[in-house]
Design a protein around this ligand. Structure first.
Ligand code: FPP
Ligand code: ZN
Length: 487
């Protein structure tokens, strides 16, 4: 029987809104009369997203004028997970629209003529991964990778972080967006990411999750305010509190940086155990079903199904590689007893699905996250919107599927890479490593079955790092890794 969160005799705005939320959610909990198999209303969600794309977004979205690539990405990726492919005319419309967001000096803005920014750049490139194809008209070869790389480098700060735009703020969302794009388009280089792992590590808070940034990298000397600002010494305190959105960005960024971290002499690390503990504590219990909140003492919200639920698929990729080249050594469990407090000491024994509850997460999405008129939402009685529709579906997908790096597949990719690289051609070690590593993620069997509500509820798997299907990830990477890097 679901019980409310206990309260003491000091009601606060926080405890009141928690109780109000629980009261509303209680009305959405399954009763003895409900069918035992909650259904995903695929058709009505499909109509909700398709209507926005075909007829245009309703007027209330005008406030998102600077997020036009995001509106497209949320819509297209929701369609991909719902197993829908756009017809060629609509694909071309989307490609042509996305290309109007590209800035003459590199990168994408939130709309035509808007300044380039890391966040819309991620959304535009992911949207192009879904609808685009090789060639100028297909969009992919109209991306100016050379200018994009220069744009990225122009945002780089001395501490390894990046501002989100020229003179903009620094935060880990921007770093995640930059690293995804640089990885997908084969413009990632050691020079681009130098110092970035150290910056990310400095954003982990005492709770275990990640804050948006760490304390500003420059401080003026208080005794001499006119002097040049100084770089704060390391370690610097995180700026703000641990939050699901930033935590996903930091964790996925860490995984994207692994090829560089593994070869770096600096022993920067993040605390995976503390992170896991925090992630687990964000999952609801009882009346909140298995929905996630984004931060301590805040309310459950469907979008954290992805921002936090999505982190579990990445946890095993955070620690040290045990044996990079020698598979036999790995299989024999070499180093399994090593005392390594930052990586998994005993990750062979830990089954990630035992520390969180993917079934309960699906229950939250299916019972509370679906709007009766189509689309998905934060929580009842709120309306559905494009953002929550995508991230509720992505979280549902993460709960239904398990995607892991597949060693055998990686070896095949490496062999193909070696076969195709021309004799005497100069080659950067990182291109092969990045390509084979992130292309090798594929669906793996789970020890326990997690799908609830029957096969009709199943949606497509999404890549735990990029939030694109494996097919879209593979197509765009295969295209750009045939071309030299950096451009
Ligand atoms: C708090 O909102 C929200 C934030 C502090 C930022 C959230 C960041 C993300 C969702 C990540 C975005 C990722 C990319 C790649 C752009 P709130 O106070 O309304 O919500 P809360 O009460 O749930 O914290
Ligand atoms: Zn939300």
């Amino acid at each position: 029987m679901a019980a409310p969160t206990p309260v003491d005799s000091y009601p606060t705005p926080t405890s009141k809104s928690q109780s109000e939320t629980e009261e509303i959610l209680l009305a959405h909990l399954p009763t003895a009369h409900d069918p035992p198999t909650p259904q995903l209303q695929k058709n009505s969600h499909l109509q909700f997203v398709a209507r926005n794309l075909i007829q245009g977004f309703p007027a209330r979205y005008t406030s998102q004028d600077a997020s036009q690539p995001w509106l497209l990405f949320w819509t297209l990726q929701a369609l991909s997970m719902l197993q829908v492919v756009l017809d060629p005319n609509n694909k071309q419309r989307v490609i042509d629209t996305l290309l109007t967001f590209q800035h003459p000096e590199g990168g994408f803005g939130g709309g035509p003529g808007q300044m380039p920014h890391l966040l819309p750049t991620y959304a535009a490139i992911c949207a192009l991964a879904i609808v685009g194809k090789p060639g100028e008209r297909g969009g992919w070869d109209a991306i100016d990778r050379s200018k994009l790389y220069n744009f990225f480098m122009s945002l780089k700060q001395p501490d390894g972080s990046f501002t989100v735009s020229r003179n903009g703020e620094v935060d880990v969302r921007g770093i995640y967006c930059l690293l995804c794009v640089a990885t997908l388009l084969n413009i990632i280089t050691p020079e681009l990411v130098e110092g970035t792992p150290e910056f990310l590590a400095s954003c982990q808070t005492y709770e275990g999750g990640f804050a948006s940034a760490s304390f500003p990298y420059f401080v003026p000397d208080p005794s001499n305010p006119s002097s040049d600002p100084k770089l704060l010494s390391s370690p610097r305190p995180p700026l703000g509190e641990a939050h699901g959105g930033y935590t996903f960005c930091a964790v996925a960024s860490w995984v994207l940086l692994k090829p560089f971290i593994e070869r770096s002499p600096s022993k920067t690390s993040i605390n995976t155990r503390l992170l896991t503990r925090w992630l687990v504590q964000m999952q609801g219990m009882s009346i909140e079903l298995g929905g996630f909140k984004g931060r301590t003492n805040k309310l459950v919200d469907g979008c954290y199904a992805w921002w936090i639920g999505g982190c579990f698929a990445l946890l095993k990729e955070l620690g040290e590689e045990r044996a990079t080249d020698d598979e036999d050594e790995h299989e024999a469990g070499a180093n399994a007893d090593e005392d390594d407090t930052d990586g998994w000491v005993d990750d062979e024994e830990i089954e990630i699905d035992d520390v969180w509850n993917p079934i309960a997460l699906q229950e939250y999405i299916l019972y509370a996250g679906q709007h009766p008129a189509g689309g998905l939402r934060d929580k009842p009685p709120k309306g559905a919107d494009a953002y929550h529709t995508l991230y509720c579906l992505a979280g549902l997908s993460a709960a239904q599927h398990r995607m892991n790096p597949d060693r055998t597949r990686r070896r095949v990719l490496e062999a193909l890479w070696n076969e195709n690289s021309k004799e005497g051609e100069s080659e950067n070690w990182w291109a092969k490593d990045v390509y084979t590593r992130f292309m090798s993620w594929s669906e793996a069997a789970r020890k326990k079955r997690t799908l609830i509500g029957g096969e009709g509820n199943r949606i497509n798997a999404t890549h735990p790092i990029f939030n694109l299907t494996a097919t879209h990830t593979e197509s765009i990477m295969a295209h750009f890794y045939r071309q030299p890097t950096p451009p």
